[in-house]
Design a protein around this ligand. Structure first.
Ligand code: UD1
Ligand code: UDP
Length: 376
């Protein structure tokens, strides 16, 4: 039995981990034992516990409490607590997802303890080091012994940094690098079968736009955040479009700080815009499946737009998920009404095609199989 320790801590990681935990319990229960550690990075019920309940995730074996507010502090606090758990559990490898501070903390602790690191969602690059996630990804990939890449472009990115697959027992000097598809696609397929209609029931199907926002490049620049607010309202009114906006806690705090009380009230009570607390994954899937189009700066949500064959406007100057841009079904947009409305109309006027780009929905099984074979 191979014991691995999985470190998760932010909303998208709970969701991603559901696929691998399911595969471990379903197919690999005689070969893999998973110990789950929750870093405490996300803590509100609607950012954390709701996913454990709804996605049938095993409860964390260890759950940290963080007092940090800044990036370095947050990373350091997770590192200190994680190191103690490694001593206690003595796993054969540490598994991390994506690119958050939790991911980086895990990568550094594994590396310092000479423990094989498994990185799921390896090789993604935005080529924008101002983005906190970019450094987290690069450093994590360079510490990893097993790298699981969701797309061809992520394999290519790693190659350019000298990270290529080597046969034989994997290590951070001679890693195993695999194209495995996307565990989020596994989950979208699996849960969309199960999901009951939710919020979308209250809306006319295909007649609303789903909107999410949380990247610091959008929330932490007051002028840009204000420009997003203004263009969203102008867009909703001009096109008479309903917009559903599950608001990330970071964004809510930033908006309450930057907008006047009157502006914040007019957003919350707008006749076309429905601002709600973060929703559960089932609810989110239902919203994604039934909407007309998605506007987002989220990495996960732009991909789910693709999985559910919805056009997507990405409120960023670049994206790691270049395939969906190359496919012509998503466009980058600026924080302006003109750009938003022009690109909205452009996407609406095109015939969009969504070939399978992110695997076959069985990435988790592939990943578990490689872990069992490569980690001794
Ligand atoms: C983090 C990740 C980001 C990921 C996102 C997913 C980093 C650097 N960023 O960003 O890559 O896309 O999670 O959602 O790791 N907050 C709450 N309640 C919560 C969680 C957060 O109120 O349950 C508020 C707090 O004020 C906190 C702020 O949101 O300071 C930001 O949270 P943090 O986890 O630091 O970053 P995210 O913006 O969530
Ligand atoms: N999500 C959710 N509820 C919400 C917003 C997002 O369940 O209110 C899900 C979404 O479906 C996707 C994941 O959270 O699976 C994306 O996480 P997020 O946007 O927070 O982070 P990112 O993917 O940008 O790192």
């Amino acid at each position: 039995m191979l014991k691995i320790l999985t470190l998760i801590g932010a909303r998208p990681q709970f969701i991603k981990s559901a696929a691998i935990s399911r595969a471990i319990r379903g197919v690999f229960s005689d070969r893999l034992e998973e110990v789950i550690v929750h870093s405490g990075q996300h803590y509100d019920a609607n950012m954390s516990s709701v996913f454990f309940e709804e996605l049938n995730l095993p409860s964390p074996n260890h759950h940290f409490k963080l007092s940090a507010t800044g990036h370095s502090e947050q990373t350091a606090e997770i590192m200190l607590q994680l190191e103690k758990i490694l001593d206690l559990e003595n796993p054969k490898a540490l598994l991390v997802y994506g690119d958050t501070n939790t991911t980086l903390a895990g990568a550094l602790v594994a590396s310092k303890n000479n423990l094989p690191l498994i990185h799921v969602e390896a090789g993604l690059r935005s080529f924008n080091k101002k983005m906190p996630e970019e450094l987290n990804r690069i450093l994590t990939d360079h510490c990893s012994s097993l790298l699981f890449c969701p797309s061809e472009s992520s394999i290519e990115n790693l190659k350019k940094e000298g990270i290529v697959h080597r046969e034989g027992k994997c290590s951070s000097d001679a890693p195993g690098v695999y194209l495995c598809g996307d565990v989020m696609y596994d989950n979208s397929l699996y849960f969309s079968e199960k999901v009951k209609e939710g919020l979308a029931d209250y809306l006319v199907q295909n007649n609303y736009i789903l909107f999410t926002l949380h990247r610091p490049s959008n929330t932490d620049d007051p002028d840009r955040l204000k420009a997003i607010y203004v263009s969203l309202i102008e867009f909703a009114e001009k096109f008479e479009k309903r917009i559903v906006f599950p608001i990330h806690p970071r964004t809510k705090k930033a908006m309450m700080h930057v907008l006047t009380e009157g502006e914040w009230d007019s957003l919350r009570n707008h006749k076309f815009i429905y601002v709600t607390d973060p929703v559960s994954f089932h609810e989110m899937i239902s919203l994604e499946k039934n909407c007309e189009l998605i506007i987002t700066d989220s990495g996960g949500v732009q991909k789910e737009a693709y999985f559910f064959q919805k056009p997507c406007l990405i409120l960023r100057s670049e994206t790691e998920w270049v395939e969906i841009i190359d496919q012509g079904v998503a466009l980058l947009i600026d924080a302006s009404f003109d750009d938003l409305s022009e690109k909205y109309q452009l996407l609406k006027s095109k015939k969009l095609i969504f070939p399978e780009l992110f695997g076959d929905g069985k990435s988790a099984e592939f990943i578990c199989d490689k872990i069992v074979k490569e980690i001794q």
